[in-house]
Ligand binder design. Structure first.
Ligand code: ASP
Length: 337
């Protein structure tokens, strides 16, 4: 006999079944992640097998780590900060530890983060004592009325936000010291500084399970930079941009050009106004517009459907992605990859 209680239970059973299906539906919400570790003169010939493997391992681990968090329903901004921090701590990349050196033999770090949900954004530029510039950028976004803070002010703000200062020397590696020596030697010999285009900036874009896209970028800039030079990475619209109406982009390359061409926001604007797919918008800028100005670099980008594109006009770009279908790529060189 079906008692009212049983009927209620049966109803509840049906309800919980439906609920779990909708929980299931949350799980199958589209998610996607793409990241870069810099673009430049990165060729198979110039890399040892051990170097190649080391890059592939960390790119793979980083993209898996971010994807696992997105699968759990993590917020895109949290994922970006977490994955970029992993890359900032690796000496392989030009961000945090392993950052390139200024003319004076110091490190001045830039970072930015942006959420496509509300166009909220934060950035720091030219910071010297902040262990994780991307964490400081996030603090600017969430705990200040501003978008971009620079230099000593940004450092004081970061410390007030609980980000303990570190000595600038913690970012130094032999490799970057040698790169600065080479740069200076060539400059003082009246030669063009080495085309040190293994830029190594790091950036992450994600589509999270709530349907929001976001982007973040962290860098030490360019070897031998002077006079407080700031690149594109912390400039919203140039090296970093996200808007749920179009796309999320993190760039790497010769920052001066990326600023002039407003690369990140231009890709998104083309999508929006020309109603063209992300891949076409990004490749038009990277393969048509930038080369005509002699500008080298690349981007990683995602849209709210989870489409990913990672074009670059250099020999290589350290990159990895997991798209909305779960397809994973880890790559370094050009099309022969
Ligand atoms: N875009 C960065 C800058 O110009 C450099 C890089 O991507 O490696 O500061």
């Amino acid at each position: 006999m079906v008692t009212p209680l049983k009927a209620l239970m049966a109803g509840y059973g049906l309800f919980s079944l439906l609920a779990s299906m909708s929980v299931g539906a949350v799980e199958v919400n589209k998610i996607a992640i793409a990241l870069h570790g810099g673009a430049g003169t990165i060729t198979r010939d110039a890399m040892t097998a051990a170097q190649d493997l080391a890059y592939r391992e960390i790119l793979s681990a980083a993209v898996e780590r971010g994807h696992a968090q997105l699968r759990q329903g993590a917020d895109g901004v949290d994922v970006i900060v977490d994955v970029i921090q992993m890359l900032e701590q690796s000496p392989l990349f030009n961000a945090g530890i392993g950052a390139v050196m200024t003319w004076e033999g110091k490190h001045e770090l830039d970072a930015a983060i942006m959420s496509g949900r509300d166009l909220n954004a934060g950035a720091v530029a030219g910071v010297t004592t902040v262990a994780s510039p991307i964490a400081a950028a996030r603090a600017v976004m969430e705990h200040s009325p501003h978008v971009m803070l620079s230099g000593a002010g940004a450092e004081a703000f970061a410390e007030a936000q609980g980000l303990a200062p570190v000595d600038n020397g913690v970012f130094t590696t032999d490799r970057r010291e040698r790169a600065l020596e080479r740069h200076k030697a060539m400059q003082s010999a009246g030669l063009m500084p080495p085309k040190d285009h293994k830029f190594g900036t790091v950036g992450v874009v994600v589509l999270d399970a709530s349907g929001t896209i976001a982007a973040g970028t962290s860098t030490g800039g360019m070897t031998g930079k002077r006079w407080g030079r700031i690149g594109d990475s912390p400039i919203i619209g140039a090296g970093t941009y996200a808007n749920n109406a179009s796309c999320a982009v993190s760039a790497t390359g010769h920052g001066e050009f990326f600023i002039r061409f407003q690369v990140a926001s231009d890709i998104c604007a083309r999508m929006l106004y020309q109603k063209i797919p992300l891949t076409l918008a990004a490749s038009t800028i990277i393969h048509d517009e930038l080369p005509s100005a002699g500008a080298e670099g690349g981007v990683v980008a995602v849209d709210t459907e989870g489409n990913i594109t990672m074009p670059f006009n250099t020999e290589g770009m350290y990159r990895a992605s997991i798209d909305a279908t779960g397809r994973k790529t880890v790559a370094i060189y050009g099309i022969d990859d």
